[in-house]
Structures are given as structure tokens and as C-alpha cells.
Design a protein around this ligand. Structure first.
Ligand code: NAP
Length: 287
């Protein structure tokens, strides 16, 4: 007997926590289904997806590095915001007789989830500083634009940051900068109380296991700065540790990881993820 299934594809993919999260929710709901992990190289991607489309049990897949842009290009339809970002982290199979792929991007919803827990009453200005110009940086910037936040994009070079800013639609108040400008911006972040909050987002792999830490100086940033590191392996990055030592509020990558998975789960299994068990899930993910 076969069961409906979804999976995560990428190269590498062994590190992915998606199977743990989705199978946890399937079990909690008592739903028949499975969620797997499959290594797929860039050369294999198109033929792999074409083959999977012929499998009636296959509901779709999450897409991780390095396939997010290529996956968007292979879908017949793109739902917002995947179309705007030209990147998909989720492909869903549609069409009973002539199956096709619809691309989604649940990183945007996932990124916003931990921020929605914060109290911004009394805040007149929220400035966001997004470091990195890849897929996660694009999703974070797009999400912040939706919240009408002014975004400073920092690239390894100014040109990379400017290219991201243009791709997402230039906004008068937004800025593209290179990494070297980060320290200078910190010096101008003055103590104004809760009325001005600066949000620093690490959207690079720096600080992830196997990568050196993100080398940012936090000492000259206002005490009302929040540091949000999208890295989730490890959860306590050197950047977050430094921020905490400086007395700043911090957000790790776990909330985004669970949030983006919840949006994908509903697309695959057509039922909301059982979020009443988040504490148990967080405990499992951090064991
Ligand atoms: P990506 O598309 O490959 O982009 C990575 C970005 O980081 C690029 O701007 C890249 O610059 C920069 N970068 C890479 N290595 C660097 C280095 N050694 N020094 C300086 N900059 C470097 O990756 P992504 O998908 O955006 O993912 C970025 C991070 O976000 C990863 O750690 C990922 O795990 C995390 N993430 C977390 C979640 C979550 O749910 N918590 C979701 C998505 C992503 P160049 O282009 O110049 O190389």
C-alpha cells in the first residue's frame, strides 16, 4: 500500500530538519502520510521533478540550497511572493490528469513569525539592516517591505546589494550598502529610547556550523537594537551570544524554521499544522 508523501530536496540535504518537523505534525494529527529527505544535484533537478510528477502519491517538495531559483523556473505557475522573489522553497503538485508544479515561497511568512511576537507599541521608526544578498535576504527584505519597514541591504559588494534592492522594487527610503558601511551605520544609531528600533538580520550562512562567525561589531549600536540570526544550526551563534552580552534582544532561526514549515505543511497536506505542540517540537529540534 502506498501513502501520500512530500519531501525536502537539496544538495546537501542531510542537515535538513524538515522531515523531523513534518513527521512530528503528521503523527500529532494521526494523518496518513510521510515526509522524506532526498539528495538531488543541480544536474538531476529537472528530470527528478518530471519523474516525481508522474507519481500520484507525491504531494510536492520543499526546496533547499542550491535549488531555490531553479525550482521557481521549473514550475508552471508561481504564487506570490515566489514570483516576485523568483525563488521557491516549496513546490506543490497540482492537476489530476496532467500534473504540474506550483511554486511557493513560505520563507517570507516564516521570517515574519518571530517578529509578530514582539511589542512595537511606542516605536515610531523601525530600521532593518539585512546582511546578505541571497535567497533568505530577499525573503526577509520582501517581508519587511510588506510591513513598511525601511530596509538597508548590505552585500559583500555595493553592487550585489543594489541588485537585490532593484530586483525587489526600489523604495525611496531604502539603501544599498557594502559590508564596510555596517560599522558606520551603527555609530549613527543613537539612543532614542523605544521610539527608534534597529533590527539587524544575518541572512548569510556565516555562523552556521562549518562557517566562520559573522564578524560584526555591535558595540556602537543603540541598546534598542534587535539581532535576528536566520542561522538555526547552531541556534546560539557567536553573533547572538555577542548581542546578548551587549544586552540586546535576540531572535534565533528556529521560529522562522517552524513558521516556514507550517505554511508548507498546509500546502502539502491541506490542513493546518498543529501549532499547539510548538513547545514539544522546539524541544525535539534543540535536543
Ligand atoms: P544563499 O542564497 O546562498 O545566500 C547567501 C548569502 O550569504 C549571499 O549573499 C552570499 O554572498 C553571502 N555569503 C555566503 N558566504 C559568505 C561568506 N563566507 N562571507 C560573506 N558572505 C557570504 O543562502 P540563503 O538561502 O539566503 O541562506 C542564508 C542563510 O539563511 C543560511 O544560513 C540558511 O541556513 C539561513 N536560512 C534560514 C532559514 C530558517 O528557516 N531559519 C530559512 C532560509 C535560510 P555571495 O553571493 O557574495 O556569495
Amino acid at each position: 500500500m502506498t501513502v501520500p508523501y512530500a519531501e525536502v530536496i537539496g544538495d546537501p540535504v542531510a542537515h535538513s530538519k524538515s522531515p523531523l518537523i513534518h513527521n512530528f505534525w503528521l503523527k500529532k494529527l494521526g494523518l496518513e502520510g510521510d515526509y522524506r529527505r532526498t539528495r538531488v544535484t543541480s544536474e538531476e533537478l529537472a528530470s527528478f521533478l518530471a519523474q516525481r510528477l508522474t507519481d500520484r502519491d507525491w504531494l510536492g517538495c520543499n526546496v533547499t540550497i542550491p535549488h531555490k531559483s531553479a525550482a521557481a523556473g521549473l514550475a508552471l505557475e508561481m504564487s506570490p511572493p515566489a514570483d516576485k522573489l523568483a525563488a521557491a522553497n516549496c513546490l506543490v503538485r497540482h492537476g489530476r490528469f496532467e500534473p504540474f508544479l506550483v511554486a511557493h515561497n513560505s520563507d517570507v511568512a516564516g521570517f515574519l513569525e518571530p517578529l509578530s511576537d514582539l511589542d512595537f507599541s511606542g516605536t515610531d521608526w523601525l530600521f532593518a539592516h539585512v546582511v546578505g544578498t541571497g535567497g533568505a535576504a530577499a525573503a526577509a527584505t520582501y517581508a519587511l517591505h510588506q510591513q513598511e519597514v525601511t530596509v538597508f541591504n548590505y552585500g559583500r559588494t555595493y553592487e550585489q546589494a543594489e541588485a537585490l534592492r532593484r530586483r525587489l522594487g526600489e523604495k525611496d527610503m531604502d539603501f544599498a550598502l557594502d559590508w564596510a558601511s555596517f560599522a558606520a551605520r551603527g555609530s549613527s544609531s543613537v539612543e532614542t529610547g523605544e521610539s527608534v528600533i534597529e533590527l539587524i538580520v544575518n541572512a548569510t550562512p556565516m555562523g552556521m556550523s562549518g562557517f566562520p562567525p559573522l564578524d560584526l561589531t555591535l558595540s556602537n549600536w543603540s541598546s534598542h537594537t534587535i539581532v535576528y540570526d536566520l542561522v538555526y544550526e547552531p541556534l546560539e551563534t557567536d553573533l547572538l551570544r555577542a548581542a546578548r552580552q551587549r544586552g540586546l534582544r535576540t531572535i534565533n532561526g528556529l521560529g522562522m524554521l517552524i513558521g516556514q514549515a507550517a505554511a508548507a505543511f498546509e500546502l502539502f497536506f491541506e490542513t493546518p499544522a498543529p501549532r499547539g505542540h510548538d513547545a514539544e517540537l522546539r524541544e525535539l529540534l534543540t535536543r
